[in-house]
Design a protein around this ligand. Sequence first.
Ligand code: TXE
Length: 484
Amino acid sequence: MIDPQPRGSHFVDGEYVEDSTGAEIPVIYPATGEQIATVYAATDAVVEQALAAAKRAQPEWAAMTGTERGRILRRAADIMRERNHDLSVLETRDTGKPLQETLVADATSGADALEYFGGIAGSLTGDYIPLGEDFVYTRREPLGVCVGLGAWNYPTQIACWKGAPALACGNAMVFKPSETTPLSALQVAEILHEAGLPKGLYNVVQGRARVGSLLVNDKRVAKVSLTGSVPTGRKVYAMAAVGMKHVTMELGGKSPLVIFDDADLENAVSGAINGNFYSSGQVCSNGTRVFVQKGIKEAFLARMTERLAGVKMGDPLDENTNFGPLVSQSQLEIVEGYVAKGLEEGARLVHGGNRVDREGYYIEPTVFADVTDDMTIAREEIFGPVLSVLDFETEDEVLARANDTEFGLSAGVFTRDLTRAHRMAAGFEAGTCYINTYNDAPVEAPFGGSKQSGVGRENSSAAIEHFSEKKSVYVRMGDVEAPF
Ligand code: TXE
């Protein structure tokens, strides 16, 4: 069992570091509201120590071969899998997500990233471009010191989805987890170190926006990768622009899930459940605007209501629990506010909507019907278990409405009509689309948003382009001609 109280708030230059003069950050177990640990925000001294260590360690790491770097990442993946149960219990205590989920979706996803990028690290090469007798070759080079800023819903996964490609390309990273869930990133750092990663290459510092800003603005930082809300993305992107830094922005969404009359009803309901209630709805890519064609609407609502009877809400550490609390009191209040807004604006409450009368931050899985495009619950990201059903009649109509949003993270469609499925996928203004499924996130596939939902892609070989750059070298084999 991993003690939630870490040996130190930060993991810098290969060891735990504590500096209790930093602002106190209580760590709360969302299922009970009890404080299970205390960490301290990084002081300027700790931030400096982390950035200096990363700057110092990075050149030697870049000088290793990709195969040597990959070996360490793959060893870290093995250690994470060996410790999956303990890491999952810690993730549940940090986030409140049911152990039933964290056992299969958090440390395992992090390990997949370490294994995948560890596997391709040795093949991250450049090109040879023949130009007659001249030629150009390109050198794929690391960016240097990278900063990762994490959100609170998938702390382990995010720490690895940013760290693994960064390290595979020969960079160093300073990662700041969300202040709401500070614990598991420390385990990622500890495991990487145990796997043989030289000290200084993956550092974890705690803190809120202030520490995040310090990291982003530092001149030693070449790249910033943020997972967070759109408002935060705009702030961080603007700060990075001052230093002309590379950015990856994995931001919020209000994604459409379109269900046609001919869909397999059971699978469509499963897709809607995965896209609205997994992790108590705290998933950026969720399909929270569920467009249902008129012919299947009543059957969909009836079946969804029946399936919701299968919710086992309770102690997230009990593996039978399949629906846990929200991550914090403030998130609970945000979601409650949206439920009230939905009622006020005339949506029909089909299921749930109430805070649960027990300790912790629990709200019932909630389904609204007769939602219209202009309603607040159809336009804004709620980041909680609130599913909005909107009616539609035709394919052209629903595609236009699905795209009528500033977001563009994900989009899904359920239909048995093969060409219509691919037509919809082609028409969606979203970075990540699903056909007859929802929210699959294999590390082999690019993940990210369009429009206001982000810039860049995580995972797959696409991530490599965001953590390295190609230098062109032109070689002339003959004489140089000149006008005079
Ligand atoms: O985000 P916040 P949260 C989104 C999700 C939701 C949000 C929830 O849609 O909107 O994340 O996570 C740091 N300068 N995604 O509340 O508040 C902050 O400390 C520098 C999308 O954590 O935006 C935290 O570490 N840093 C996603 C991080 O930014 C700053 C998947 C995010 O904080 C800062 C999961 C500042 N001014 C959640 N302000 C996806 N698309 O994959 C805050 N931070």
